[in-house]
Structure formats: structure tokens, C-alpha cells
Write a protein that binds this ligand. Structure first.
Ligand code: NAP
Length: 300
């Protein structure tokens, strides 16, 4: 058996198109343009790429993009001042502070300074609490993208056994809450989990968010299960030439694809969904801020 490949790139394009349609309607019917402010501190090359990509896709969706690039030596107080200004700026509906921040800043303090209603990353403690108690929240983008793909594939997730491998605040924990919200029976596994293979083998849904290349082999997967591979790991690829590398997930794709019912590839699976969900969250935040109905199918 060979699994259905869940095409995250195509699905993300659909999500972006839905967002763009929602934005166009907001503009024509209400004269409102959703705006996303992205704040980058320092020159981390990976962060610069992400921020560029976010800005480009924001504009392509018809939204206003506000980029704030601050020097590595910026003080925490100056960053907090900027956040305060953005919190009070009616043209800004979403604020994202690109992580990681320089060592002299307290990330928790900075994230919690963002107005929860504009916290499109869903990392503010209020949003974490709202999600944890099953209330309307801003939901972290990567797990939201995983949830959208699972709902699209299965329809209802009710009653399914789900195992989330990884308990980070940005992926594992919110993913588990979202799956619980959709009435899955959820297990969260981590580095201290005993007999992880057996835990994974009973899952109808496996979400791997570990950061260890290809650590989940196909013989851990229950036949027919749906596998969502969040991991992005760069490994050496001598077969492509000297010094070459390639991206792999946390799941050993070649063996898992033979057993699973459906699986996301890396690259081209969860990755493209993350920015698409950031745009979706910005549209949602804008609708909420203006007391308008939320876009359908773009929130948890
Ligand atoms: P993280 O904060 O490092 O968390 C990793 C989790 O994996 C931890 O909970 C850790 O357990 C667990 N773990 C480590 N070794 C394990 C093992 N041998 N068995 C079981 N669990 C183990 O990572 P993250 O930020 O959640 O990211 C995870 C992966 O997703 C990374 O590859 C990252 O690049 C990728 N990612 C992708 C996207 C995307 O857009 N596609 C977004 C975010 C992250 P302990 O808590 O016990 O240490």
C-alpha cells in the first residue's frame, strides 16, 4: 500500500486564495484593509528569509504589510515601545515578533506585551489559556495548519486516537489542544516517553514535531494511519554531490509511505501551511476587531 500524499503546497495555495477573497470582500464591503506588522530584531539569516517571505505573501493576499527591522543592539525597552505603538495602531490587526530574539531580551515578556487580539502567532499567555480551556483564541500557525490538513482529509476527527510527538509550546502542546478540541483521544509523547514505538503504533493520527531527522520509521506506524510530519531537518546528501544537503522530516518517509493511509512530505507538507495560517489569523483578527463574522474554514 502506498499512502496518499497530502500536498501542503497546494493546500496552502487554497488557504491563501480564501484569505485573499476574504480580504477583497472586507475592502469592497467595509473599506477595511487587514494589516500585518512583522518585527525583526537583528540579522539572523533564516529569520530574514522568513520575514521577507511573510511580507511578500501578505501583500499578495491584498493585506497591508508593515515591516520593522531593528538593530541587534536595540534595547528591550525600545522594542516594547514599538509593540505598544503597534498595539494602538488601528491599521495593524496582527503583530508578529520574529523569534528567536537576541539574548539580552526576555522573549516571554516581549510576546506578552503584544495585544492578545493582535497576537497572530498565538503565543501570548492569554491565547494559550483560551486555547487550553476550549475558548476562542488566536491559534499558533503551524498546529492550525496541521489541523486544517487533517480536517480536510478526514472530515470529522471525533473519536480518533492521536499521538503528538513533541511537547513544545509552539507546536506539540497547542496541537494536542486542537486535536482534543476536535474530540480525538490525545497522547502527548516526548523524550521521556517509554516505548514510544508502541505508543505511536496505536495512533490513527501521528503528528511528529521533534526535530530529529527521520526518527519515526514506517514500522511504528499503524497501517492506514495519517501522518503529519512537522519536522524540518537538514541532513548531508552526498548522493547529490559533495557538500550537498537536503531537508527531511522527523518521519522516515520512504518506509512510512508504504504503511500510512496519508502522509505529509518534507518539504512541501506542513511548511507552506504555516505562513498561509499566519495570513488566515491576520484576517480573523481583523474581522474580530471590527465585529464582523469570521472567515469560514480558516480558524480552529
Ligand atoms: P522543540 O521545541 O525542540 O521540541 C522538540 C520536542 O521533541 C520536545 O518536546 C522533546 O521532548 C521532543 N523530543 C526530543 N527528542 C525526542 C525523542 N527521542 N523522542 C520523543 N520526543 C523527543 O521543537 P519544536 O519547535 O516543537 O519543533 C519541532 C520540529 O518542527 C523541528 O524540526 C522544527 O524545525 C519543526 N518546525 C516546523 C515548522 C513548520 O513550519 N513546518 C514550525 C515549527 C517547527 P522534551 O520536551 O522531553 O525535551
Amino acid at each position: 500500500m502506498s499512502a496518499k500524499i497530502i500536498d501542503g503546497k497546494a493546500f496552502a495555495a487554497e488557504v491563501r486564495a480564501k484569505v485573499a477573497a476574504g480580504v477583497a470582500a472586507l475592502k469592497s464591503e467595509h473599506g477595511i484593509t487587514p494589516g500585518l506588522a512583522v518585527v525583526l530584531v537583528g540579522e539572523d539569516p533564516a529569520s530574514q528569509v522568513y520575514v521577507r517571505s511573510k511580507g511578500k505573501q501578505t501583500v499578495e493576499a491584498g493585506m497591508a504589510s508593515f515591516e520593522h527591522k531593528l538593530d541587534q543592539s536595540t534595547s528591550e525597552a525600545d522594542l516594547l515601545d514599538l509593540i505598544e505603538k503597534l498595539n494602538n495602531d488601528d491599521a495593524v490587526h496582527g503583530i508578529l515578533v520574529q523569534l528567536p530574539l537576541p539574548d539580552h531580551m526576555n522573549s516571554d515578556l516581549v510576546i506578552n506585551a503584544i495585544s492578545p487580539a493582535k497576537d497572530v502567532d498565538g503565543f501570548h499567555i492569554s491565547n494559550v489559556g483560551l486555547l487550553g480551556t476550549g475558548q476562542k483564541a488566536m491559534v499558533p500557525c503551524t498546529p492550525l495548519g496541521c489541523l486544517m490538513m487533517l480536517r480536510d482529509h478526514h472530515g470529522s476527527l471525533s473519536g480518533m486516537d492521536a499521538v503528538v510527538i513533541g511537547r513544545s509550546n509552539i507546536v506539540g502542546k497547542p496541537m494536542a489542544h486542537l486535536l482534543l478540541g476536535d474530540s480525538c483521544t490525545v497522547t502527548i509523547a516526548h523524550s521521556r516517553t517509554k516505548d514510544l514505538a508502541e505508543v505511536v503504533r496505536r495512533a490513527d493520527i501521528v503528528v511528529a514535531a521533534v526535530g530529529r531527522p527521520q526518527m519515526v520509521p514506517g514500522d511504528w506506524i499503524k497501517p492506514g494511519a495519517t501522518v503529519i510530519d512537522v519536522g524540518i531537518n537538514r541532513i548531508d546528501a552526498p548522493e547529490r554531490g559533495e557538500g550537498k544537503t537536503r531537508l527531511v522530516g522527523d518521519v522516515e518517509f520512504d518506509s512510512a509511505v508504504e504503511v500510512a493511509g496519508a502522509i505529509t512530505p518534507v518539504p512541501g507538507g506542513v511548511g507552506p501551511m504555516t505562513i498561509a495560517c499566519l495570513l488566515a489569523n491576520t484576517l480573523t483578527a481583523c474581522c474580530r476587531a471590527n465585529g464582523l463574522p469570521e472567515p469560514e474554514g480558516l480558524t480552529a
